[in-house]
Design a binder for this molecule. Structure first.
Ligand SMILES: Nc1ncnc2c1ncn2[C@@H]1O[C@H](COP(=O)(O)OP(=O)(O)OP(=O)(O)O)[C@@H](O)[C@H]1O
Length: 533
């Protein structure tokens, strides 16, 4: 892996779920229909970077995080971590990946085992991964400094297993030893680990190791790890808890004795226990009080700087993303629709979905406040049966009308919603008109009633009066509905109003700040309203 390579590369990742097919589906014997939770997602995360993944609930964010950590097996695609395909890893290489890539879950209440003490929770990954590790191939070495004593008479022995506590560089674990005469060293606490005094000589070791000094013909210094494995693990848990802002005398307490924010700190300490390079933060602050959220986000930022961490931050909350991320990927129904640097994406959101999401966040600047406001209405469609073409088109306030259709966006949106309802037969004919005015037989009104029925139906389904041309098309389509021919109605409306957005799924363009929307592809832009917002 070269210095410019991303730490994580996600390539056309797909994760489909089949297991939720209902009994009815199975009885009807149709082909199983998968939930396409993640449907062809690609992005990179550079070392030290925080990439945000944002979108409404159910868009596939958590499934993306879990699949790229190999907590779920992918349906297709690849994830390359540190230059190697995650799904090809086996044995030690897989164990190393499990150590190096960790997760912090949303809910600190359910992600901590209530029967375990905090000490047990934070030391558990250390036990599972048999920490501390020592490698017989690693050479142990001392770097000696002396003060008031000649280095020639000092001999230092370093135990082979100091790599348990000293990270080796290029196969060498180096410990830093200082030997001074007591005159220059001043007072020494003999109980402190890492310091020893004998016959007017003080030896100190900079790392978290033990040191013994003896004076005979010369000065003999021995550096070792003199604690049991259990002790080392508890010491590490203590220092981690301290680092995340908890008191070290809380090791024997249970999760229910802590607040939500403290529990999330415990979850973070657990995730960092094995010194990972990469952490997926899945809604790390969503379950917390607003007052605590910023503290936890600041802690995560401090830890990232201190330990060179790379983050994927999953959140539905754009204000959290803005606070922490370098870049952000916007996800809708299993796909990435826009990805770019966080400042650019907030100042100049391109995709109508991103624009709509941003409209739900309080504005920071007047410029942004003055942007045309669009609201995001309706629910995310089912990932079992996503809309054809652009998946956002059923809710998009900027869906592109056919080129020859002179129509304002509001009217077009209304007609597209009408089409959706006709296509899914989501119109109750029984309740049209005044009570009992129209008698329906087999879902059909009598021929004499068709005109009145269509007028009443139009009143019900449309908020505004349509221009004559469109009124004629809708009247024709609804007349088919009145006689039970839903297919003819749907065909008539499609023939007139079909959008490029439903014919083709736009791909992310190759821009610095890529977006997947037909408003931005050159061919469509000629016909479409300008994409400004
Ligand atoms: N094990 C599963 N079996 C079947 N469907 C699943 C499974 N896990 C997730 N899904 C479905 O996959 C889609 C994506 O879910 P996912 O949890 O990844 O979305 P999300 O964006 O993280 O939402 P949230 O913020 O609510 O967790 C949803 O429709 C969800 O119901």
């Amino acid at each position: 892996m070269s210095a410019d390579d991303p730490l994580v590369r996600v390539e056309d990742l797909r994760k489909y779920f089949w297991e939720n097919d209902s009994l009815l589906d199975r009885l009807l014997g149709g082909e199983p229909v998968p939930v396409r939770a993640v449907d062809g997602v690609s992005f990179d995360i550079d070392p030290g970077e925080t990439l945000g993944l944002v979108g409404e609930s159910g868009c596939g964010k958590s499934t993306t995080g879990e699949t790229l950590l190999r907590l779920q097996e992918p349906t297709d695609g690849d994830v390359v971590f540190d230059g190697e395909s995650v799904y090809d890893l086996e044995g030690d290489a897989l164990t190393d990946f499990r150590r190096g890539a960790q997760v912090v879950f949303q809910d600190p209440f359910s992600s901590l085992d209530p029967r375990m003490t905090i000490g047990g929770i934070v030391t558990q990954p250390l036990e599972i991964h048999d920490w501390p590790w020592t490698d017989p191939g690693v050479e142990s070495r001392a770097e000696l400094r002396t003060d008031g004593i000649s280095a020639d008479i000092v001999s230092v022995t370093v135990a082979d297993d100091v790599d348990k506590l000293v990270a080796p560089v290029d196969g060498v674990a180096t410990v830093h030893v200082t030997v001074r005469s007591s005159d220059v060293a001043g007072d020494v606490d003999p109980d402190e680990r890492g310091v020893d005094e004998a016959d007017g000589v003080v030896a100190e070791v900079a790392e978290d190791l033990s040191v013994d000094v003896e004076r005979g013909d010369g000065i003999d210094v021995r550096v070792s790890v003199d604690r049991s494995t259990k002790r080392l693990r508890l010491d590490r848990a203590r220092s981690l808890l301290e680092r995340v802002g908890l008191s070290i005398d809380q090791l024997d307490r249970y999760p229910h004795e802590f607040s939500g924010g403290q529990r999330q700190r415990i979850g973070i300490a657990r995730a960092l226990a094995l010194e990972p390079e990469f952490v997926v933060l899945d809604e790390p602050t969503s379950a917390l009080d607003v007052s605590v959220q910023a503290q936890v986000l600041n802690l995560l930022a401090d830890l990232q700087a201190e330990f060179d961490l790379t983050y994927l931050l999953i959140s539905h909350d754009l204000s959290v993303i803005r606070h922490v991320c370098d870049r952000v990927a916007v996800m809708y129904l299993g796909e990435i629709v826009e990805i770019g640097p966080v400042d650019e994406l907030f100042a100049d959101p391109k995709h109508p979905y991103t624009q709509a999401l941003l409209d739900s966040v309080p504005r920071a600047s007047t410029d942004e406040r003055e942007r045309e406001r669009e609201t995001l209405s309706g629910d995310v469609p089912s990932p079992r049966d996503p809309p054809s073409g652009c998946r956002f088109r059923t809710r998009c306030p900027k869906v592109i009308p056919p080129a020859d259709l002179e129509i304002d966006q509001e009217t077009y949106r209304e007609l597209m919603t009408l089409r959706e309802r006709v296509e899914s037969r989501d119109v109750s004919l029984e309740t049209v008109g005044d009570d009992g005015r129209f008698a329906l037989e087999n879902g059909t009104v009598s021929e004499a009633d068709v005109d009145a029925f269509v007028a009443a139906l139009k009143d019900r389904l449309l908020g505004t009066e349509l221009p004559a041309r469109h009124d004629a098309v809708v009247t024709e389509a609804l007349a088919s509905v009145a006689v039970g021919d839903w297919e003819a109605a749907a065909d008539r409306l499609r023939e007139e109003y079909e959008s490029v957005c439903e014919r083709r799924n736009p791909a992310l363009d190759a821009d610095e700040h890529p977006v997947a929307c037909h408003l931005y592809d050159a061919a469509e832009r000629r016909d479409a309203p300008a994409p400004e917002h």
